[in-house]
Design a protein around this ligand. Structure first.
Ligand SMILES: [Zn+2]
Length: 487
């Protein structure tokens, strides 16, 4: 048994933007790599500097409190016999791989550990693997906590993913070791416990939605690691009747991001079902509350080592403070009312956690009307919801009910719920929400712009930037972006 040394650098290819079709993703699992052609060894491939993120504090930067245990970012290079080298790395945003050792010629044990223990059993791992010549390898995934329930997904370009078929995967919920068989080639393959929708994807999505809607995407604060927490508001011309939508308090919960994006994209549309809502309500969106956790591939926490969705009383983390302050600033606007706060997550199934029984929230009838309306649109499925989940925890939805006095709802999608199904549900969630809020909230006029009067100093308007300045979108001296073609 040998443990690799950092050793000779294994060049990491930039994945081309013209990577093959969806079928090529499936080929990873089917073992038909021969049709991809036998590439040349890494030595002749175009090498780029890997997007290493040293999670160390830049010299001169203020000290940050890092409570989470970080992985070492590196490349492992192995001699896999017959002149073949196999390289495995975690040098990209969202990666999680804590160790790697060779236990057979083409068999490797991968150690995956959380940022702290005990921890919620929602393990995340993500790695990149390539070989100098096509070969089949076996990866034995050792999960450093019980009750784990990961699967394996693969992607060649970080965008299109395919789940490992049963023939290539062994492991049951609760197993601490799972086995993945994968055909590796000179082009890198990403293997992760789910699709990767990370900082870059969500930032790009926010920018696109903001530009399409003519609104600015702004930073409302910074994470412990110095990364901006982005937000934007749809329908800013509407009266100050607000809906707030947040996501990714928990890093691995990709299905929650899918739901959030589809929910918001539906609200962007101005067809007959939504035109009235669009004129009457503003929607503030904070898609990535915990960018550090996502970047580090953490299972649950912020970089400060705190579960963000248990921090809505202590506010010990800059991430929760930034989101709290942004919401309180909305509430402090003249005449403002916040009517609903949604928090998108993922778990083992689709379920909605609604305000605690007896919560004094307005509109008081929203939750039941919304649940009933959504259920009516899915007559063949029982919509699961409960008002008694985590009542003793300081969650976002509890803070929403107790401080904002508005319904706070945790929207959970199943980690393995197909994305088309998540999209269909999220669109219905949006349509029914629009219908119920429009019916329950009294209509009022949009505020008229104030006409300057005598004695006012009138200055020309500053143009509103379509997106934040580049320096606002980059963490302070912490590189956190990977090439555009890598997840
Ligand atoms: Zn969660």
């Amino acid at each position: 048994m040998t443990v690799s040394k950092p050793g000779p650098h294994c060049p990491v290819n930039r994945v081309g933007t013209t990577t093959g079709p969806w079928l090529s993703v499936l080929l990873v699992w089917t073992g038909l790599w021969l049709v991809l052609g036998s590439g040349v060894c890494a030595a002749s491939a175009q090498a780029v500097q890997p997007a290493v993120d040293p999670p160390t504090r830049p010299s001169g930067a203020p000290a940050v409190v890092v409570g989470a245990e970080l992985q070492e970012r590196r490349v492992w290079t192995f001699d896999a016999g017959s002149g073949i080298n196999v390289c495995i790395d975690n040098l990209f945003s969202g990666a999680r791989l804590n160790g790697c050792e060779q236990i057979g010629t083409r068999e490797f044990r991968l150690l995956v550990a959380p940022e702290q223990e005990p921890i919620n059993p929602s393990p995340w791992y993500a790695l990149r693997i390539r070989s100098s010549k096509p070969c089949e390898v076996t990866l034995r995934l050792a999960i450093a906590t019980p009750k784990a329930r990961p699967r394996a997904w693969a992607s060649r370009d970080g965008r299109r993913w395919a789940m490992a078929p049963d023939s290539q995967w062994t492991g049951e919920p609760g197993d601490r070791e799972c086995t993945i068989k994968v055909s590796v080639v000179p082009d890198p393959i990403f293997i992760a416990s789910n699709h990767m929708i990370g900082i870059e994807e969500l930032d790009a999505w926010s920018t696109r939605v903001g530009m399409e809607s003519g609104v600015a995407v702004e930073s409302i604060g910074r994470s412990t690691g110095g990364r901006p927490i982005l937000a934007f508001t749809l329908n800013p011309q509407a009266p100050p009747d607000h809906v707030v939508v947040i996501g990714r308090q928990h890093p691995p919960e990709v299905s929650g991001s899918v739901g959030l994006m589809k929910f918001i994209e539906r609200l962007q549309q101005s067809d007959a079902a939504l035109a009235d809502f669009g004129r009457r309500f503003r929607i503030t969106v904070i898609p990535m509350v915990n960018p550090d956790g996502v970047h580090e591939g953490q299972w649950r926490c912020t970089l400060g080592g705190v579960d963000a969705n248990r921090d809505w009383h202590a506010f010990s983390q800059p991430e929760t403070r930034a989101v709290r302050d942004a919401i309180l600033a909305l509430a402090a606007q003249p005449g403002a009312r916040i009517h609903l706060l949604l928090d998108f997550h993922a778990t083992d199934r689709d379920v909605l956690y609604t305000p605690a029984p007896g919560s004094a929230v307005e509109p008081a009838g929203f939750v039941q009307a919304w649940l009933d309306g959504v259920q009516a649109r899915f007559p063949r499925e029982r919509l699961e919801s409960t008002a008694s989940h985590n009542l003793d925890q300081w969650t976002f939805k509890r803070w929403a009910a107790e401080t904002i006095r508005a319904p706070g709802i945790t929207v959970e999608f199943g980690s393995l719920t197909p994305h088309e199904r998540i999209a269909a549900k999220a669109r219905v969630f949006a349509e029914v929400m629009a219908e119920v809020l429009a019916a329950q909230v009294p209509s009022r006029e949009a505020p008229k712009p104030r006409v300057p009067g005598r004695g006012d100093v009138v200055r020309p308007r500053e143009p509103t930037p379509a997106k934040p300045p580049a320096d606002e979108r980059q963490p302070a001296q912490v590189p956190d972006r990977v090439p555009a073609t890598v997840p």
